[in-house]
Design a protein around this ligand. Sequence first.
Ligand SMILES: Cc1cc2nc3c(=O)[nH]c(=O)nc-3n(C[C@H](O)[C@H](O)[C@H](O)COP(=O)(O)O)c2cc1C
Length: 399
Amino acid sequence: MKIILGVGGGIAAYKSAEIARLLMQEGHAVQAVMTRAAQEFISPLTFAALTGRKTLTDLFAIESAIEHISVAQENELMAIAPATADLIARLAHGLADDFLTTLYLAFTGPVVVAPSMNSNMWRHAATQANLETLRRRGHRIVEPDSGYLACGMTGPGRLADPGAIVEAIERESRRGRDLDGETVLITAGPTQEPLDPVRYISNRSSGKMGYALAEAAAARGARVILISGPVHLAPPRGVEVISVRTAAEMREKVLENLAPAGIVVKAAAVADFHLSKVPEQKVKKTAARMSLELDPTPDILAELGRKKGDRLLIGFAAETQNLHQEARRKLESKNCDMVVGNLVGGSETGFESDENEVVLALSTGELLSLPRAPKREIADRIFDEALKLRLALHAADGR
Ligand SMILES: Cc1cc2nc3c(=O)[nH]c(=O)nc-3n(C[C@H](O)[C@H](O)[C@H](O)COP(=O)(O)O)c2cc1C
């Protein structure tokens, strides 16, 4: 694969030479591009010697007038390591004041960003907001390690291990557009079950996991139908969003849109109970106590389990205890191919968080743990495993 390796002006710039070497060893063609500041730390000659190609450094000292465009078109993936706080800000805001950032804007393929900086620079709200922009754009952020930093501080900000960065690049390159031609149906968010015209029962689901799954599937080339309960999230680019409120509406829309879907991901936190007869007028505060008699809502996942046919069905189990057992139990009782179990309520990951830590119970009997990572990264890992699982199931079927 043809890879652009962008090098920023951080103390870890020298580690980028090892990344170039490892990528070459894996058989990739590497085009190094350095910022002006990066050249204060390491010579362009080092990368030229390792990659066998002239290192690009200057927007205005080039052989062809539109070199940044041709380099963008020729290459398939862009990796930036180390990404300085400054470079991350320029990428997030679309500045194009040197070769690397101009090339970035002209490049349309997948982007992997490996930040490295002092812990305070890393934690700064400006840096975190810029990183969030890059994540939402679908770029893969290789989180820095924690440890002793060159500035003498100990904390997060040390460039991830070159081997881990190369692994992230390879994973990203494999993903490419592997969901091209697929339709993926995803549900997200909570439902709201009315108690009267102004009150409802709901839960703390933010919809972030389902929206991350929709973004990931769309970035991998799928047509994505996202059936969403009420959330405060912007609709992901290129995704068909259908908004619903209650469990009954969600069931109706899921069944209506099931036919074209090859993969169904039920990430929504659907209410289990509702009031079947909702009063037409607002309930007054007259009695000292009141009790509610609730009926079960339709079990959409179980219904899909019965109707799934050849589809891959992925359910979610949000639990506060016994995660592994519950994920497995749900896998079997709902006839799913995969159940993603996550701990919610009181844990740092789960419903409202931008990060998640999950276990995947697979119908092959395997149980995989995915360590804590941004929900967008978890979303991609879920699709990686889902595609592997489908191949394994088809092979077992003899198809
Ligand atoms: C010795 C030294 C080390 C630096 N290390 C880092 C670093 O690790 N991460 C970072 O974000 N900035 C670091 N900086 C600041 C950047 O070099 C500076 O923000 C520069 O403008 C980055 O330019 P670039 O983003 O175009 O490469 C360092 C500066 C100096 C002088």
